[in-house]
Design a protein around this ligand. Structure first.
Ligand SMILES: [Fe+2]
Length: 206
């Protein structure tokens, strides 16, 4: 499998998950503008099967209508809670444990509310973890926005992310850290938001 990290604007990331033998792909978070992603799809002659939304915020979804317009057969995938905020109606509602298939590549949905009520992470081929605005390199997503929830974020990090294998590569929704991606094992050792083992300690992180 091939995973391309595309930097959009100042610090957003979009991702292309590509199954090379059959040239099918999923675009994760079209972001503010999808010129790069659409160009890659065109250049590599890819068939876009899915447009997967990690959460509904505009900096991750503004280009969704234009991508869907150019690839109408691609299914827009989101959680129920976040999907209702999108400008394009989702074709497929996913929940914790849903598995999507891009060619030979399984993508397992992990429900991780906290930044938004319907935020999801994607476990790709048991190799990569696309985390949206749930987990950043060295930090986690904000919980003080309108429908964020600190307790839910703490539970998502400790109960959903921490049990996952150290070998996974974390691919976040923004380039906020000292590197664009990292192993989950290293993040478990250094990320203050994963090291906070009680809700009180998590809430006290400045
Ligand atoms: Fe966000």
């Amino acid at each position: 499998m091939k995973l391309e990290q595309l930097r959009i604007g100042a610090d957003n990331f979009s991702y292309l998950v590509i199954s090379e033998p059959d040239k099918t792909a999923a675009l994760v978070d079209p972001s503010i503008e999808a010129t790069q992603a659409l160009q890659r799809i065109h250049d590599e002659h890819l068939t876009l099967h899915y447009i997967i939304i990690t959460h509904y915020h505009g900096d991750h979804t503004a280009a969704l209508p234009s991508v869907k317009k150019q690839h109408p057969a691609a299914k827009v995938v989101a959680s129920e809670a976040d999907g209702k905020h999108l400008r394009v109606h989702p074709d497929l509602i996913v929940k914790d444990g849903t598995v999507l298939q891009v060619g030979a590549i399984p993508i397992t949905i992990i429900s991780t509310p906290g930044h938004t009520p319907g935020g999801i992470c994607l476990l790709v081929n048991d190799e990569a973890l696309i985390t949206g605005d749930t987990l950043f390199i060295g930090d986690c997503g904000r919980t003080d926005l309108s429908d964020g929830n600190l307790k839910e974020m703490f539970d998502s990090l400790q109960k959903k992310i921490m049990p996952l294998p150290d070998s996974l590569i974390v691919y976040p929704g923004h380039d906020y850290g000292d590197r664009p991606f990292d192993t989950l094992g290293h993040q478990k050792q250094v990320n203050k938001t994963l090291l906070a083992k009680t809700l009180e300690a998590f809430a006290a992180i400045p």
